[in-house]
Design a protein around this ligand. Structure first.
Ligand code: DLL
Length: 458
């Protein structure tokens, strides 16, 4: 079939350049891709964009129709800016075609399936071919190498293994660079700390909030902090303020880098910080990134703040054209002191939709609503309050009772409270505090309801 071969630079070309002896020695995993002159990178991206559009058009009926409707002829893509004629893809498109509607290969070619975290009902589902898994591992290998990992690394992966892409993504990349991987998963903190002390673990993979929580547990563990040997934290999957990063670094005595990605686009591995920490290097030979104004949908230039939109350039299982991440950032193409020429994106500043990331889990207010609607004894009015207590994110769901006298009947109140809490836990995948309040006490809105009060930035 036309458009079947990913153009230029065989995907198997990635090889280790050289391995530093310790974490402070800068290394480049794939110098060909990571230090390519920018003009050449743009050429490669164009070739691959043509391939990706043709591939989607030929193989995914959804894209065939979308491109036809938009009048996009895959053979007429001549320059990178022609991407502007391609319609955006959104999370809803993935949900509407659940589970496999956007897959571009038959199931026999899929060797792994993941899904987005914390969603109820219809999560977004992604499939990987063998080549996708290999590319993903290479992307991750570049990022962990840039952060200082290598053969000298003993790493505990404290992301949850499962449908979440974080753990296996880092796992494969770290194995690729020769690290000794300890697949602890998240939770069971005391045991993790024991392994850290006994194995001489020098690298931790976790969300910032879990890395911080672990450090607090370590301090209380009764063992001196000198029994822990962490030097590097490969953190990501949620935002982390500079203050929080400082605290994590201070508590563990380690250097922290940020990693970014989303399950729809592979998982982690889209971009990550090198030791300069002046932005996250984008794996540009794999992902074509644009910044758009989320309101007008106009494409903005380099350096402008806006929403990140990503086109996958080599993905076979579930290729995506102009996927709206809803994450707000900006991009710079300026060269980095580390020697890489790949463009860098700045830390995520927020979202253009109402998705909240709480302790690594994606939460949409609509999920909370879906739990509350239809439950007896409570009305339709609710509010979510997200706080940072110390450095831990918490979510409180305040719900109005229909009949305030329930507040005086303790056992009835407790039963209702526990029922809501359990249902929220099963749908959101995390503990929420539930507060049942008197009728008519929550604010009413004339226009769009403001259900979420996010106090974390204050
Ligand atoms: O969080 C993938 C990942 C795993 C990235 C491990 C890095 C490390 P999802 O669960 O689909 O995938 O969540 C994706 O999380 O759209 C952002 O809003 C947020 N996010 C991910 N990384 C960062 C980060 C993984 N470094 C959503 N900083 C994205 C801020 C992040 N937000």
């Amino acid at each position: 079939m036309k458009g079947d071969r990913i153009p230029a630079f065989s995907l198997g070309s990635c090889k280790r350049f050289f391995t530093g002896k310790d974490m402070s020695e800068p290394m480049i995993f794939d110098p060909q891709m990571e230090t390519m002159p920018r003009a050449k990178m743009r050429e490669l991206q164009l070739e691959r964009l043509k391939w990706a559009v043709r591939y989607c058009y030929d193989r995914v009926p959804f894209y065939h129709d979308r491109l036809e409707k938009a009048g996009v002829d895959p053979d007429k893509i001549r320059e990178l800016s022609d991407i502007q004629y391609i319609p955006y893809t959104t999370k809803d498109d993935l949900r509407d075609t659940y589970p496999f509607g956007l897959f571009a290969v038959p199931m026999k070619e899929i060797i792994r399936i993941h899904a987005s975290s914390g969603t109820t009902g219809k999560p977004t589902v992604v499939g990987y071919t063998r080549s996708d898994i290999e590319t993903w591992a290479n992307n991750m290998a570049r990022i962990v190498t840039a952060a200082g990992a290598g053969e000298h690394t003993i790493v505990q992966i404290a992301f949850g293994y499962g449908m979440f892409t974080g753990a296996l993504g880092l796992h494969y990349g770290l194995e690729k660079v020769g690290a000794a991987v300890v697949p602890c998963s998240s939770g069971n903190t005391e045991k993790q700390l024991m392994f850290m002390r006994d194995f001489g673990t020098n690298t931790l993979v976790a969300t910032p909030s879990y890395a911080l929580y672990m450090s607090e547990c370590a301090k209380e563990s009764g063992f001196p902090m000198s029994d822990y040997h962490l030097e590097l934290g490969l953190l990501g999957s949620e935002g982390c303020t500079p203050e929080m990063r400082d605290q994590i670094e201070k508590n563990w005595g380690m250097f922290v880098t940020d990693n970014y990605g989303l399950s729809e686009l592979c998982g982690p591995g889209l971009s990550g910080e090198c030791r300069e920490r002046k932005g996250l290097h984008i794996n540009e030979d794999q992902f074509l990134c644009e910044i758009i104004d989320p309101n007008t949908l106009d494409v903005l230039g380099d350096g402008a703040d806006g929403e990140l939109v990503v086109t996958t350039l080599t993905k076979e299982g579930i290729p995506l054209l102009r996927y709206r991440t809803k994450d707000l950032t900006r991009i710079t193409p300026d060269p980095c002191a580390c020697g890489r020429t790949t463009a860098r994106m700045y830390k995520i500043k927020g979202r253009s939709d109402d998705m909240l990331k709480i302790r690594g889990v994606n939460v949409f207010p609509s999920q909370v609503e879906s739990v509350l609607v239809g439950m007896d004894k409570i009305g339709p009015h609710y509010q979510l309050i997200v706080r940072r207590e110390g450095f831990h994110d918490t979510i409180e769901v305040q719900v109005e009772l229909i009949d305030g006298s329930v507040l005086e009947r303790y056992s009835e109140l407790e039963e209702l409270h526990n029922r809501i809490k359990a249902k929220l836990k099963s749908v959101l995948g995390l503990e929420a505090k539930v507060s049942l309040v008197e009728p008519k006490t929550l604010e009413r809105f004339q226009g769009k309801a403001k259900r979420v009060i996010d106090l974390r930035g204050q």
